[in-house]
Design a protein around this ligand. Structure first.
Ligand code: UDP
Length: 250
């Protein structure tokens, strides 16, 4: 296991078995633990949104979900560090959930997608998905957010998967985690869309070359506005890594 620090953020690079061991330990904790699967755009979001920033600083485990972040961390640590795609982590966590007989709740994506994912996970991993809710709740709609929170708490969930857009995902988790009756909360972004089959995962070659974002753009051209933020995100990340490496405080 290797931990790379970017300011107050500790990005963990570890083998799947080590990650699962840590998650297993979270399952026996009193308070819910937040896991972040960090990508460059979430990092950029932490620069403009206070709760996202807090979430990254205080999460119990930050894993690297993106090629860009792994590359930056590799450059500044002089090690070959690989990212751990969130979509693959979901499979591993589901295997753990089966073994430990955990209760799973899915929150995010649209109604059709999330119900589809619930069915697929139940069938494929034989896990106990105790409920799900779509993610079109909007941050300022307190009633809907409270309803989701209430549903999760009624079912005393072990693992909560949250699949919301970058702008609100870590923000929502940070805002609600203190009141959630669950053990592990993990943000998985657009993964439900891929599991459900609504979107295709990039082929291996695109993944190896760090071009997953491009494959996604081919399927959803409207994403161009978001993709254009990537160079800015990577530049900020690069200089933050440099600052950290030189031991300069910001
Ligand atoms: N989504 C949602 N609520 C919203 C907007 C989007 O649950 O208000 C879902 C969307 O359907 C998708 C997931 O959030 O399944 C991630 O969205 P997107 O891929 O657009 O976000 P990104 O990861 O690119 O920021």
């Amino acid at each position: 296991m290797y931990v790379f620090r970017i300011g107050k953020i500790k990005v963990v690079f570890a083998k799947v078995e080590e990650i699962l061991k840590q998650i297993e330990s979270f399952l026996s904790k009193e308070k819910p633990c937040q896991i972040v699967t960090l990508n460059s755009l979430i990092y950029l979001q932490s620069k403009i949104d206070y709760l996202t920033k807090k979430a990254l600083e205080e999460a119990k485990l930050i894993l690297c979900d993106s090629f860009g972040i792994a590359l930056c961390c590799s450059i500044f640590s002089a090690k070959v560090l690989k990212h751990q795609p969130g979509i693959e982590l979901i499979d591993h966590i589901c295997c753990l959930a089966k073994e430990k007989n955990c209760k799973i709740y899915l929150f995010g994506a649209n109604e059709i997608v999330v119900s589809n994912v619930a069915e697929k996970l139940k069938k494929e991993f034989l896990i106990n998905v105790v409920g799900y809710h779509h993610g079109y709740i909007f941050l300022n709609n307190k009633d809907l957010s409270d309803k989701v929170e209430e549903e999760i708490n009624k079912r005393s969930v072990d693992i909560l998967f949250v699949a919301l857009p970058t702008e609100i995902q870590e923000h929502w988790i940070k805002k609600h985690i203190g009141k959630l009756n669950c053990k592990v909360v993990i943000g998985v972004g657009g993964s439900f869309d891929i599991i459900s089959g609504k979107l295709k995962r990039a082929p291996k070659l695109f993944r190896i070359l760090g071009l997953e974002w491009y494959y996604r753009l081919l399927q959803e051209p409207w994403r161009i506005k978001r993709i254009l933020r990537l160079p800015l995100a990577i530049t900020i990340l690069f200089f933050d890594c440099l600052y950290s490496k030189l031991g300069l405080k910001k």
